[in-house]
Design a protein around this ligand. Structure first.
Ligand SMILES: *Cc1c(COP(=O)(O)O)cnc(C)c1O
Length: 366
């Protein structure tokens, strides 16, 4: 290749200016650390799921089913299991993680200069996917770590196409209630797509939790975003989905990458829905660990926003990077946001004990 020659291919200005997605730190090869930087599930796949995936592996010379019929069917059955909401594959779209689906939703409804409103700080993929489609981000600051629902409504203009509510919010962990969300949707014009990102839904134990399917039943402008990456422990396979009105979802499906969900990912999704009870027992264990960690941190003197997710948020401001560096030196990988705070995932009890002893030392040395 021509060395040091510049390419004269002009990139779109939005792409040149994209903020970088900063992934959670990864361990050096062979070094054992506590991996609490990316909100992953600490548990490996269930042996039953892993064994069936191994069988699927021998078929990977073939393309997956383009329509992901098995996964969509399994999702519809799962979503109608509690009460028949009449969800069919027409209400669904799947993609390469819920970040992939999010990108497709924006491609379907956001054009150049259109506005996408979201709380901030929130999931760091939001500004990136908005910029990629040429949209304009409108960020509404959190209030002490909590989503400002009135602020989100007040930010709506006639250029607004999408309003995102992330609940529980990454990285602060706070959740909105069903009643508050219904009130918000009632104040937003029906042309604005309200996107509810429920990546951490399975960890929510608070009062009046969001009932996503009731929202989809009632409001044709609501889309729910979910993932197999967190509670289901499939982050490495990349599969997520959205639920919404058939006309909106047809537009989303029209934009998806053909064969984006691999045969392994699709099969893993089906198997995980089949093993849901076993997986949710693990989630219960993580929630119990979360409650233990939160209580222990409060006892140490920390004041944290109330988390409903599998992580906690330390509002450390200018100390954030120093905290993360010291944690790293103590063998704990965490996710700092410079000048703002540090997000730490809930791991297994050994991981969490390491965190608690680190935070105690940190406070003592401060
Ligand atoms: C982790 C996360 C996701 C999930 O991303 P995947 O692409 O499904 O792995 C989506 N939204 C939020 C807010 C998250 O934190």
């Amino acid at each position: 290749m021509a060395e040091a020659a510049h390419s004269r291919v002009p990139l779109r200005p939005e792409i040149k200016a994209l903020p970088e997605y900063v992934p959670g730190a990864r361990p050096e090869p062979g070094v054992k650390v506590h991996r609490l930087a990316s909100n992953e599930n600490p548990y490996p796949p269930l042996p039953s799921v892993a064994a069936e995936l191994a069988e699927e592996l021998v078929g990977i010379n073939r393309y997956p089913d383009m329509g992901n019929a098995d996964l969509l069917g399994a999702l519809a059955d799962f979503l109608n299991a509690q009460a028949d909401h009449g969800i069919t594959s027409a209400n669904l779209a799947v993609g390469t993680g819920s970040v992939g689906v999010l990108g497709h939703i924006l491609q379907a409804v956001v054009g150049p200069g259109d506005e996408v409103i979201y709380p901030w700080r929130s999931f760091e993929a939001y500004p990136i996917v908005v910029d990629i489609v040429g949209g304009r981000s409108v960020r509404v600051p959190l209030i002490d770590g909590y989503t400002d629902l009135d602020g989100l409504v007040a930010a709506v203009t006639d250029r607004t196409r999408v309003l995102i509510v992330c609940t529980p919010n990454n990285p602060t962990g706070t959740a909105v209630t069903h009643s508050d969300l219904v009130r918000l949707i009632g104040q937003v014009p029906p042309e604005v797509l309200v996107l509810v990102d429920e990546a951490y839904l399975e960890f929510v134990r608070g009062d009046d939790p969001v009932r996503a399917l009731a929202l989809v039943d009632e409001f044709p402008n609501v889309v729910i975003l979910r993932t197999f990456s967190k509670a289901y422990g499939l982050a490495g396979l990349r599969v997520g989905y959205a639920i919404g009105h058939p006309e909106v979802m047809a537009g989303v499906r029209a934009t998806v990458t053909p064969f984006g969900v691999s045969s392994l990912a699709g099969r893993a999704g089906v198997l995980s829905l089949g093993a849901r009870d076993e997986l949710m027992t693990r989630v219960d264990g993580l929630v119990a660990e979360r409650d233990r960690v939160v209580a222990a941190l409060a006892k140490q003197g920390w004041q944290l926003p109330e988390t409903q997710a599998n992580f906690v948020w330390f509002d450390l401001g200018e100390e954030s990077l120093a905290f993360a560096k010291a944690a790293g030196e103590a063998g704990i990988l965490v996710r700092p946001f410079a000048g703002d705070g540090v997000r730490v995932s809930i791991g297994d009890s050994e991981n969490n004990d390491a965190l608690l002893s680190f935070t105690r030392q940190w406070l003592a040395g401060r």
